[in-house]
Design a protein around this ligand. Sequence first.
Ligand code: DOR
Ligand code: ZN
Ligand code: ZN
Length: 423
Amino acid sequence: MSNILIKNGTVVLADGCAACDLYLKDGKIVRMAKAVQEKADRVIDATGLYVFPGLIDMHVHLREPGFEYKEDIASGSAAAVRGGFTQICCMPNTQPVCDNAAVVGYIVARAKEVGLCKVRPIGAITKGSQGEQLAEIGKMKDAGAVAISDDGKPVVSARIMRLAMEYASDFGMICLSHCEDKDLVDGGVVNEGYNSTLAGLKGIPRAAEEIMIAREILLAETLNKRVHICHVSTKGGVQLIREAKARGVRVTAETCPHYFTLIDDVIMSYDANTKVNPPIREREDVEAIKLGLQDGTLDCIVTDHAPHHRDEKEVEYNLAAFGISGIETSFSLSYTNLVKTGVLTLEQLAERMSANPASILGLGGGALREGAVADIMIADLGEEYSIDSKQFVSKGKNTPFDGMRVYGKVKYTIVDGDIKYEG
Ligand code: DOR
Ligand code: ZN
Ligand code: ZN
């Protein structure tokens, strides 16, 4: 492990930006001050660059075990550090489902072997994510799981979800809920509205998402337990969470770059790279998502990185898989669409992409200070570039953002004081 001195950068702190140097040693930030003079094995000249706490993505799909042709822990970790992430939490919808200590342990061990970013597995709520019997939550926790979720599927039974919230809380964990009433979705593939009619594609009503957000809020409120709402995409969903928070419900929530960047006219291309679950919504939803991020109703920006093979995307819209490969574009899309437009400050962006996920899941990291773990991302905010999926290191090239001009390029990703990506 080498010593690193990061000189002349602008450091993004919780309460503002400051010009200071960072000296990293033994995996920690040991000095953070102006004009640090320590001798280091490596000096990074960060003149003109911004130094962020390492980004944390609490919602990704790494596909291993079972679907390594879409992504694996090695390729997903490489994509993560290219995107500025030092820590990622992977969803359990693998094959086999990550519903037991053995699979959790495998992911932890394999990620260590890969040695790029920190990978924190999320265990399933129910066995096989079948929605019937609770998985072995305590054993998964002991093996390294940081939360539970049946993401990819809703937990249909409110009784099971209630038990899950109670058990998760007993083990100091939280349930992450994929909110979707499948009955109401009824085979829909895009947002239900003007554009779905125009395109002739079956729509998914907003209520299919909001009904379950409301259910989770009511359960959490009744039980006085925590719950976290995954990938919020609708105006009504934001409002439900805002009102619940105002009356003291212990609910937190996330959204993704595609929900604040795109509106559903993109489906008119019939390009399956715009197919994601929940679907891209309309302008008023996009505005509401931005306001939700601004006022803190939405705590986190996650990617829901969902890589698929091209054979699963380059097919008829109705047959294509849901999901976007998002981990290499999240920071630039968020910076460009939220900070450059004045929706969030830089400090708020760092909070939504690092400090808040860390605190919701009880992970280390999330802040830059002396004594903290040296998980760091350095970006050039002035650099404009075109998103190019051919350059993705993820196996999943499925993005609706190909060719889009964005600002904010990740230059270095440092994990435990080691440079894991250099752009
Ligand atoms: O678009 C999505 N893709 N949404 C999900 O909920 C699951 C994910 C996947 O696993 O592909
Ligand atoms: Zn989901
Ligand atoms: Zn997901």
